[in-house]
Design a protein around this ligand. Structure first.
Ligand code: UDX
Ligand code: ADP
Length: 465
């Protein structure tokens, strides 16, 4: 087989967009075509205002767009022209039927596979990029084979390990790239082609090749391990508050043990994002499927612990505000699931807001990147109350000071740099608030001592009084 010349990516989201942009930057001889059924999203990719916020992304897209990186909604054509097709469509948790609330909903992936089979017009290498439960490649293969018109398909698994907010950095300097494929000759040849694409900038020893099932399972396992660390440190944060220990000191103390290491030990109001919860639930579902109930329960507690942390934070706000937030104004600094992204999927802010709103609080939000309508969309998805009620109880602002004005309490839900002590004028915030003025730091970014000096009553996750 000859070298890859055309790569198509189906799905122009948080994964497909940045990944292809960096690949295009590093492979000027290959033509990349990103397609999506969502016209508005494609229009945004073609404009100066990209649909996703990601530091460094603008620059990479500007350098490649129109040269060897193209965007369109012409899915069928893009399938036909490509030697290699990445599937980067969304795989949300199923909201109905068997596996509801746990299994991944593969309808978009399946649809893609059918589209590829129908419009292939030649041999193709199909790469699964979306997070998929183990053995999805099997289903993709089956669909491709049964509708193949005699063409040959190779299916590879190439899970993404980029984290939002640092996607470009992660892609440019990956710890490792993982490629899984069939162990026969044709499978190995396909793996080699993808290795070559990555090898334009990733050293060969950092490109790991495995069988397809190992690759799929490694992705779920990596995320489950990372999430488990956060849930573990969050479990300890509750104990710190009860005993007077300081979770940051504990995290530092254990993180200096080289066997444990310092990363992913930051206690918080709870992890969010499109991957962690979904991947763990996927793992749980898989274990159940294979009758491994104890293993399923084990991983499930990582998610339960995360839910507990969000509830605990909201309850803390209510109990501190004299056991009622009814009619009170609570300002939220941040809505995104972490800083430097406009993504809000599974963000802790949504659940904390929902719980406070059940206690009839009015939530006033400022987030530098999240559009107001997205906040209402997130709340509406929970189906706790009507859209009308959500709009009545939550207001969004373009300015942190406006959001905090006349508030009974301020809660930090996202660790945006601009909320830190040296960037936000906390004295000004204090002056404009109702007294006593409370601040709840769900992200360990505030200077507790300085805020106390101003006059705030401060609660910080994982710190006793
Ligand atoms: C994650 C994985 O890191 C990435 O490898 C995978 O491909 C996709 O899922 P992402 O969800 O983008 O990436 O962000 P990540 O930085 O992992 O953070 C996830 C959540 O955990 C965020 O809500 C973050 O605020 C929280 N977190 C992270 C903590 O609460 N404490 C930490 O120490 C680290
Ligand atoms: P991720 O974080 O995994 O990238 P996103 O939701 O940001 O998830 O992106 C997935 C994209 O895939 C969406 O823009 C969606 O419109 C697109 N998509 C889903 N199904 C198809 C399909 N059959 N053909 C083309 N695009 C699709």
């Amino acid at each position: 087989m000859s070298k890859i010349k055309h790569i198509t990516c189906i799905g122009a989201g948080y994964v497909g967009g940045p990944t292809m942009a960096v690949m295009a930057l590093k492979n000027p001889d290959i033509r990349f075509h990103i397609v999506d059924i969502n016209q508005a999203r494609i229009d945004a990719w073609m404009s100066d205002e990209l649909p996703i916020y990601e530091p460094g992304l603008d620059k990479v897209v500007k350098e490649t767009r129109g040269k060897n990186l193209f965007f369109s909604t012409k899915v069928d054509e893009a399938i036909k022209e490509a030697d290699m097709i990445f599937i980067s469509v969304n795989t949300p948790t199923k909201k109905y039927g068997i596996g509801k609330g746990r299994a991944a909903d593969l309808k978009y992936v399946e649809l893609c596979a059918r589209q590829i089979a129908e419009h292939a017009g030649g041999d193709k290498i199909v790469v699964e990029k979306s997070t998929l439960p183990v053995r999805t490649a099997q289903s993709i293969k089956k669909i491709l084979k049964s509708t193949s018109n005699g063409y040959k398909f190779q299916v590879l698994s190439n899970p993404e390990f980029l984290a939002e907010g640092t996607a470009i950095e992660d892609l440019l300097h990956s710890d490792r790239v993982l490629i899984g494929g069939d162990q026969d000759e044709a499978g190995q040849a396909a793996i080699q082609k993808l290795v070559e694409v990555y090898n334009s900038w990733i050293p060969r020893e950092r490109i790991l090749t495995t069988n397809i099932w190992s690759s799929e399972l490694s992705k779920l396992t990596a995320n489950a391990f990372l999430a488990q660390r956060i849930s573990s440190v969050n479990a300890i944060s509750a104990l710190c508050e009860a005993t007077g220990a300081d979770v940051e000191e504990v995290a530092y103390a254990i993180g200096t043990d080289s066997r444990i290491g310092p990363k992913f030990l930051k206690s918080s109001v709870g992890f969010g994002g499109s991957c962690f919860q979904k991947d763990i639930l996927n793992l749980v579902y898989l274990c159940e499927f294979f009758g491994l109930h104890e293993v399923a329960r084990y991983w499930e507690t990582v998610v339960s612990m995360n839910d507990y942390q969000k509830t605990r934070f909201a309850s803390k706000i209510i109990s501190t505000l004299f056991n009622t937030v009814s009619g009170k104004k609570i300002a939220f600094l941040g809505w995104a699931f972490k800083k430097d992204t406009n993504d809000t999927r599974e963000s802790a802010a949504i659940y904390v807001a929902d719980q406070l709103m059940q206690d009839q609080a009015n939530i006033h939000v400022y987030d530098p990147q999240v559009p107001t309508e997205q906040m209402y969309g997130d709340l509406n998805e929970l189906e706790t109350r009507s859209d009308e009620d959500n709009r009545a109880q939550l207001t969004a602002y373009d300015d942190a000071y406006e959001a905090c004005k006349d508030a009974h309490a301020v809660a930090v839900l996202t660790e945006w740099d601009e909320f830190k002590a040296d960037q936000l004028d906390w004295q000004k915030v204090y002056n404009s608030m109702k007294k006593p003025a409370f601040v709840f730091d769900g992200r360990l970014i505030l200077d507790r001592e300085a805020l106390t000096k101003i006059g705030f009553e401060v609660y910080t996750i994982g710190k006793g009084k």
